[in-house]
Ligand binder design. Structure first.
Ligand SMILES: [Zn+2]
Length: 382
């Protein structure tokens, strides 16, 4: 739905005011491609570049763009087009996690343009999992080489900018993306004698590196949760009951790499489901998967998001992310109230205060909440 002109005009005034007080910056600014959007299209123009922070900030104040994006790639000639003529120097490794890719039950109720507290906490948990269970232990990236920022709406961006990743080619990026998404895991590699009769089925132990250890831990967790959890993962009811009865020896077995006690008929299928539950949910559509394609432009950290008027805040570390509440910590405009006419709006909370539900009618709201509803097309200026 397009934004009414009055709302766009109000937002532009706030955007201009914001950038005049909060100049932004990014490492390697002069080597990055920039793109800007309006309220209808997140990237309306691209192939732009700036020589200095000052040039960029002057542009932001003069043009008040609804969205500011820049490349994860560094180029010799960032403004040159077509893409092949830019002269790629290297690119950060980027992960774009968005609540809509998690296919949450709440989204069926509130639709994908709205974001609820469950959406926000789920995508935050997923982002912490990506860092603490994959990027640090499995790939050996250091926390200091990882930057995190809120996307400004319903997700997080994670960037790795160490020298080792800057020159990875597209194939290597796809392999990393596949690994965290659990694509193409070889069951034969984890269970070398799978399907052989009369031999003990050996498999991964919980302490093993990578997906082997993760599968062993996930399996123990599922057995501990009981038959319903095992059935939810695809175990036939009879098999789930048998495992429940022999719970202690199943767990003891897996702990020592002996998977004989796991008596499920369709083993490989069942394990694939256990693995699926432990993967990182990224966009699986090729043209939206940011990790694979460094030519994507991504929200410039600490800029405003035109669908929310929240700030795409930089977050110092995974432990800071745990405490981060986007609906409070990413608020840009405190102070003042604004009168808006709402359409149907579910209950929501910002800055620790609860608002709504609204169903038509005028309401005076704190500026940040009024702007949020205007930008979400859930209200119009009164
Ligand atoms: Zn939700």
């Amino acid at each position: 739905m397009s934004l009414v002109k009055e709302a766009a005009d109000i937002a532009a005034k706030y955007i201009r005011e914001y950038y005049s007080k909060h100049p932004v910056s990014v490492a390697g600014l002069a080597s990055r491609e920039f793109g800007f959007g309006d309220f209808e299209s997140k990237i309306r123009i691209r192939h732009m570049s700036f020589q200095s922070d000052r040039d960029l900030n002057r542009y932001l104040v003069e043009n008040a763009p609804a969205f500011v994006s820049c490349s994860s790639a560094l180029y010799a000639r960032p403004a040159s087009r077509p893409m092949e003529t830019k002269g790629l120097i290297g690119a950060e490794l980027v992960f774009d996690l968005d609540a809509t890719d998690m296919h949450l039950a709440c989204q069926k109720e509130h639709g994908t343009s709205w974001v609820c507290s469950n959406c926000l906490s789920s995508v935050k948990t997923e982002t912490i999992k990506l860092i603490e269970e994959f990027l640090v232990p499995d790939f050996g990236f250091q926390e200091r080489d990882i930057s995190i920022n809120f996307s400004g709406n319903r997700g997080y961006h994670v960037r790795i900018h160490s020298d080792d990743v800057m020159h990875l080619d597209g194939k290597a990026r796809k392999q990393i993306s596949d690994y965290i998404s659990g694509n193409g895991i070889s069951m034969e590699a984890l269970f070398p004698n799978l399907g052989q009769k009369g031999v003990r089925l050996t498999g991964p132990k919980p302490g093993d590196y990578g997906w082997g250890g993760r599968l062993a831990k996930g399996m123990i967790e599922a057995v501990n949760r009981g038959p319903a959890a095992l059935e939810a993962l695809g175990a036939p009811a009879a098999d789930a009951r048998i495992m429940e009865r022999h719970k202690a020896s199943v767990i003891m077995g897996i702990t020592t790499g002996n998977w004989d006690m796991v008596r499920i008929n369709k083993k490989a299928e069942f394990w694939a489901n256990v693995i699926k539950g432990m993967t990182i949910k990224q966009s699986d559509s090729i043209d939206r998967n940011v990790t694979n394609d460094p030519s994507h432009l991504l929200r410039l950290p600490d800029t405003l998001h035109g669908d929310t008027m929240l700030v795409s805040k930089s977050i110092g570390s995974a432990s800071e992310l745990r405490k981060f509440d986007p609906m409070t910590d990413a608020i840009a405009f405190r102070g003042g109230t604004m009168l808006v006419k709402t359409v149907k709006v579910p209950k929501f909370s910002m800055d620790g205060k609860s608002f709504g539900p609204y169903d038509g009618g005028e309401v005076a709201l704190p500026t940040y909440a009024a702007l949020y509803l205007l930008m979400k097309r859930a209200a119009v200026p009164a």
